[in-house]
Design a protein around this ligand. Sequence first.
Ligand SMILES: O=C(CO)COP(=O)(O)O
Length: 756
Amino acid sequence: MAVCKSKKKRALLCPSAAQACFAEAFCEAAVLSASDSAPMARKFIVGGNWKCNPKTYKECNELLRGWKKSLPMVDRSAVEVVICPPALWLTSFTETFEGLGMGVCAQNCSKTDAGAFTGEWTAANLVDLGLQWTLLGHSERRSLYGETDEDVALKVEKCQAAGLNVILCIGEKLEEREAGKTDEVNKRQLGACLPKIKDWDKVVIAYEPVWAIGTGKVATPEQAEETQKAIRAYLSQAVSSAVAEKVRIQYGGSVNPENCAELIKQPNIDGFLVGGASLKPSFMDIVKTVGPSKMVDVWPAYESKMEKEGCNQAAIDAFKYNYGVLASGADVMLPESKLDPVDSLPTFEKLKVKPDARLLKKTLILKLNGGLGTGMGLEKAKSLLEVTEGNTFLDLIAQQVAWMKKEFKTDLKFMLMNSFATSADTLEALKKYTDLGTGSDLEFVQNKAPKVTASDLTPASWEKDSSHEWCPPGHGDLYPAMLGSGTLDKLLKKGYRYMFVSNSDNLGATMDLKILTHFVQSEAPFMMEVAERTDADKKGGHLAQSKAGGLLLRESAQCPEADEKEFQNTSKYKFFNTNNLWVDLRALKNLFRKFDGALPLPVMKNSKTVDPRDKASTKVLQLETAMGAAIQCFPGASALVIPRSRFAPVKTTNDLLALRSDAYQLTEDFRIVLKEERDGVPPDVKLDGMYKFTDAMEKMIPNGAPSLVGCKKLVVEGEVTFAKDVVIKGTVTIKNTSGGSKEVPSGTYEDTTKEL
Ligand SMILES: O=C(CO)COP(=O)(O)O
């Protein structure tokens, strides 16, 4: 059987500069999604028919929890799974089944429409509840409840009208087989339904020989194949060869993990309908056998590679989770139907808390400092970039901490999360700030993750320079890096309970006692500082309420195309993540326990070449997670709307030019904030592509940045230098099409296009 593995994936859109902070790491990335693979041939389908089992709701939940662990082993593009619980529980599970990537299937429905039919439910009722499947004509319905071929046909008709998928069960009794009537019985049962079927895409046939059901007496692969081949031949003759070719035919009757491998090899067996064995944890072994993911064969190679490299267990567990999502193609799309907007949130301005300075003793201030400034032409930590008055980001951060210690008259715990690439430079630059601390008191280092060969998902290898086989796993690595480095346990042991974390390039993000006190008093395990989305932010991600409960972030790549308009609707989805986060460290530790050592964060896939400078080298995938996405993992997580003054990230030379201008000011506590008259809106700067790197930008402003305090938008096209005392007001375009460099003369430019 050929199974189409093609998957539809969309690249993550580049966010606006304002939101770049959160999503920069994921430009060119895509959220992993199984989405809808369009099968060119029949896709396997495995059903679990629980019948009137198990005895309690609790047992059902335990079963589902047990299955979850095996999901990474299953390639969702190769096998579809539907579970048929008793009718009472059909909808109480929907969410969990969705989480497992499984469909929910009723075991029966009425042959009538709505009306006075006590004890029945209609096909339309099932569709109304969001269900997509039902079994029909199971042998137990036929033998114990007297359902005739005609009854089954009427039910099929109702399901077709309602748009409900049907697994239509047929099969002979022992005496019928012994009398050589197998094919005749199947033709009769199926034949009764044929006139009712208009849409064959909504029909799966389950061949279940009655003598094999619940008896432990499984049909041999040859017996099952012979009968199913005959069923297909009948369809070809009675309907069409195209229908016969595409309809999936399951085998059912005493299927178990031991006998399924031989059965599934048969060309006319497209999956199973499993009874007794679907009530056990090992049901997933059957699913795994039918559609094994790369995880089954390839994971051991990653594990030993990471062990050899000295990666700690938390790093291995985190990558294992991410790779499992990739290998299984788990669907992480977030359509509108799963979300509600978040309408109102507490705002910073209206917080009514009495700041409690004692909490500072229990609080860690953490800066993410793993990023290199390669995008801006730097070969070192981006935080070593000069921002203003000879100060780098790191200088300003160090001075912020010193100021806070003085202001709050207390020692503050400050740390950095560095990467291998930024650690040495950063520690060197901070040497002069002696009271910041040193070594593992001052930093922990981010993990590295193996790159994945795009073509076959094996570990990427690059003999010329094996360092290219590794990549940083995104800032979601914060959590496993804290755990694996021992930092989390060390902090908890020393009595630290809370963490405020932000990006090192956001100089607006400083410790705020009012926010800390609010966070602690709210008893939330996790709190995200969000800001209101403007038109400029509409392409970046947004905060939303999951219909299943709890807050989550939706990135562009997690949004189905059909919902793009809603995604960009900034009056519906009003808030975006600033990446200023507050975390209860005890809750974090408990979360690791709950999820067996790896937080289930959405996984982003970044497509690159193994040697980033050699575009002809092997194509690889880099798996990344984002730290803000953890909001969905903490039950009871909250969000707070903050003023834009706490959000001033620098992602591009456009941002840097604005930051160096008089639109911003340095406060006494060493924050860089927009001037009050800017009303929270930064100038929108768009420099010519030739100014992407900082050294080029610096050459453009030999006398310092022009005045931008009154500037709405500044566009620079072509090569220019700014003279002293240039003032930009409103929307101004500076154009030089001459090819050589030209000077922008001193003076005021207001709402104009200046051709040089
Ligand atoms: O009836 C069945 C599925 O519908 C098969 O049951 P068993 O797998 O328990 O034999």
